[in-house]
Design a protein. Structure first.
Lengths: 482, 250
């Protein structure tokens, strides 16, 4: 009992520690976007002047931009004036009081994914003390990181405590003018994660947004910045395999990674936002800009993603290989079922000498879904000895879905070696019959074949995440056949 | 064990089996021979439950159950095994994974505990030794890049692991060189058992030199036109299928 009350206490203290958290619970801004709104956001977050100016600059530029329409996706235009850019998290009174009040279908999915009971409550947004377990875990976690000198905190906290790092690195990988959604994010971003790994430090554990207390309501415009100083290493896990409910339809996040000399960043994502119903109604639009800058020699950035959710996914985690001998990797599984649309891929920009990149993309389409791979490999004139290997495989389940591949290559140095392999296959009746004749149910057979197809990507995920990702894939493709 | 009565079946509007009768008892080895298009493979597929084949009349009873009412996986778990003429490739899924899933699906159906990876490997290695198979087989993708002979050996390995009550081997001997044929035959003979029935579907007599059948049936135009002991196979080899056709129409 006493330990429990200490935990309650620490939770209460934590909430008050970061003043703005309690502030925002009581108010939100009406829909609409103008400079006043941006000033209001910045003021509520008690941001320094430079950040407000930065936001305003982004906003002014955004006004001159047009929403891109080149992606292989269709949706009704978004009315940016109908969105509230600063909304308070749901108050406890609006939340379900217990798991009994949660949609049984959602609980069933948690069950299938093997999510522990105490986590189910948190994920379903239950306003109870069921989260204490993870809070206590998070506390020990924070101590350990502090010891190593690692900074891992909400973005808004970093703005207050480490303004020099924010000033130096924010927007240095994804400039405010980069693209329509990045500009919008820069103007109105709500919160996100900040990570700094000091020189020569190997981060003692995998960092996960899951352990960040405020993660629950970072909102629709998330901003993440990770800096790995010289010779450091960090593995960062984003997202969660459990389906996340959110009232905000548009999500436009920006993630910036900076790897200095000899540093390595491994960034793994499992994305499972609500994809909408079978007809695609109510699903999340996920328009994300993710980019890593291998700024120093021998640096390495590796993106691994498993994308199963969202109605529309528009996402190209990229690497700028600036430092000599730097390495960029992109491993992706993108699943689109029912009416989901995914346009995803990567960009590898080779600038430094002897830079190398690997792209392994696995697209799975089922139902009436459309899945596109879009990738750019660019070798700049000074990138002598650059190498790229791209492997791009598509798997179709059923007759009404589609897979599309748009590989772009721009090679401006004659010493470059660029390879591209692509395959498209179908789960055939004969494969399924073969498995069933061995006593394996149709559903298990589909899962087996799909997991075999994705194996190369799953093996890049941290062990625990890989197991979850496999279970997630099975649930996502449930009923895809037959 | 297996009772087929007046079986009529085909694909779409094309009728292939026209009133086939066959009875197989435990411990027996039957060989079904016949020219191309006589319905040998169709019979094998219908027993296994392939959805493309439609049964229009007749019945198939297995261990007292109406086999035609069961899904393919249920038939398999009840102990019906089909060795495929053309085993399919499943890239990325390793052989061991498929085999273990298959063995455990059956054990679960029988109310037995699932076997763990350790037991499974031990069992697989024993069976592979009989078939002269390299243990690296287990790590390869299911039939992925296998030679014709390797694919057929793999079918026999699966059969050995699943220990079916009824094994139907559809042209398991086709495309095998003599060494592979011997290894496959050794595998089949190792599984001969008073409790188990084996049905060999084949074009040629040569497999029967190694696996001696108790009964030989000749299929023509979707019907068994002649049955006998192993001497029938030799006579066929000598006289050709024309002889049976003539006998059937006479």
């Amino acid at each position: 009992m006493s330990t429990e009350s200490t935990e309650i206490e620490s939770l209460v203290n934590r909430r008050y520690e970061h003043g703005f958290v309690t502030d925002i619970e009581t108010d939100s801004l009406p829909p609409g976007l103008d400079e006043g709104v941006i000033r209001a956001i910045s003021a509520r977050k008690k941001e320094p002047e430079f950040l407000l100016e930065w936001r305003l600059k982004a906003y002014r530029h955004w006004l001159t931009m047009r929403e891109p329409n080149w992606a292989h996706v269709n949706y009704t235009p978004i009315d940016y004036q109908s969105i509230s850019y600063f909304s308070a998290p749901k108050s406890d009174a609006d939340r379900p009081k217990s798991l009994d009040e949660v949609d049984p279908k959602l609980l069933e999915t948690y069950e299938k994914l093997g999510i522990p009971l105490h986590e189910r409550a948190r994920l379903a947004g239950v306003a109870v003390d069921a989260v204490f377990d993870s809070v206590s875990v998070a506390t020990t976690f924070k101590d350990k990181l502090h010891e190593a000198g690692v900074i891992f905190c909400p973005f808004s906290e970093a703005v207050v405590n480490h303004p020099e790092l924010i000033k130096k690195y924010l927007g240095s990988v994804v400039p405010t003018r980069d693209n329509f959604f990045a500009a919008l994010n820069s103007a109105v971003f709500s919160d996100g994660s900040f990570v700094y790994i000091p020189k020569g430090v190997r981060c003692p554990m995998e960092l996960s947004t899951y352990f960040r207390i405020n993660a629950a309501n970072t909102g629709q415009f998330e901003r993440t910045l990770i800096i790995a100083d010289e010779g450091s290493y960090v593995s960062y896990l984003e997202g969660c395999t459990a389906p996340m409910r959110d009232e905000n339809q548009l999500h436009a996040a920006v993630v910036e990674l900076v790897a200095l000399k000899d540093a390595e960043i491994k960034y793994s994502t499992v994305q499972n936002w609500y994809p909408g119903d079978e007809n695609g109604v109510g699903g999340i639009y996920n328009f994300v800009t993710k980019r890593g800058d291998c700024r120093g020699e021998n640096s390495k950035i590796s993106w691994t993603q498993v994308e199963t959710g969202s109605a529309i996914t528009w996402k190209y985690p990229s690497c700028i290989l600036r430092g000599d001998n730097s390495v960029g990797e992109f491993y992706s599984v993108a699943v689109a079922n029912n009416m989901q649309q995914a346009d995803t891929g990567t960009k590898m920009i080779h600038i430094g000498k002897n830079t190398s990149s690997t792209i392994v993309s696995k697209g799975i389409s089922a139902g009436r879904a459309q899945n596109a791979y879009r990738g750019l490999v660019k070798i700049m004139p000074q990138a002598t000895g650059a190498r790229n290997h791209t492997q791009c495989d598509s798997l179709l389940i059923g007759k009404e879905c589609g897979a599309h591949t748009f590989p772009y290559m721009e090679v401006r140095n004659p010493t470059a070696k660029v390879e591209h392999e692509a395959t498209t296959s179908k789960i055939s009746e004969n494969q399924l019959f073969y498995c069933r004749q061995r006593g394996i149910s149709e559903e298990d057979a589909v899962n087996m074949i799909v997991n075999g197809f994705c194996k190369e990507v799953f093996k890049e995920l941290p062990m625990e995440f890989a197991v979850e990702a496999q279970a997630l894939l099975n649930v996502s493709l449930e009923g895809a056949v037959g | 064990m297996l009772k087929i009565k007046n079986l009529h079946a085909g694909i779409g509007d094309t009728k292939i089996l026209n009133g086939l009768d066959l009875e197989v008892n435990p411990g027996e080895v039957h060989a079904i021979m016949g020219p191309n298009g006589s319905g040998k493979s169709t019979l094998a597929q219908v027993i296994a439950g392939h959805a493309s084949y439609v049964v229009s009349d007749g019945s198939v009873e297995f261990m007292g159950k109406d086999l035609l009412a069961l899904e393919p996986e249920e038939r398999a778990r009840e102990g019906v095994f089909l060795g495929f003429q053309y085993p399919v490739e499943i890239p990325g899924v390793n052989n061991a994974y498929l085999l273990k899933a298959a063995v455990n699906a059956k054990r679960k159906h029988q109310g037995l505990e699932e076997i763990d990876a350790f037991e499974f490997l031990k069992m697989a290695r024993e069976k592979m030794a009989i078939l002269d198979m390299d243990p690296s087989f287990l790590k390869r993708g299911v039939n992925e890049g296998f030679s014709g002979g390797e694919k057929k050996r793999n079918e026999i390995l699966q059969m050995a692991m699943l220990e079916p009550r009824l094994a139907i081997l559809d042209e398991t001997d086709s495309g095998l060189d003599i060494d592979a044929l011997k290894a496959v035959s050794k595998g089949i003979n190792a599984l001969r058992d008073p409790e188990r029935a084996i049905v060999l579907v084949t074009h040629y007599q040569r497999l029967l030199d190694y696996v001696e059948p108790d009964f030989v049936h000749v299929l023509s135009a979707g019907k068994i036109v002649r049955s006998g002991d192993k001497s029938l196979a030799l006579k066929l080899e000598e006289k050709g299928y024309e002889w049976v056709r003539e006998a059937a129409t006479a």
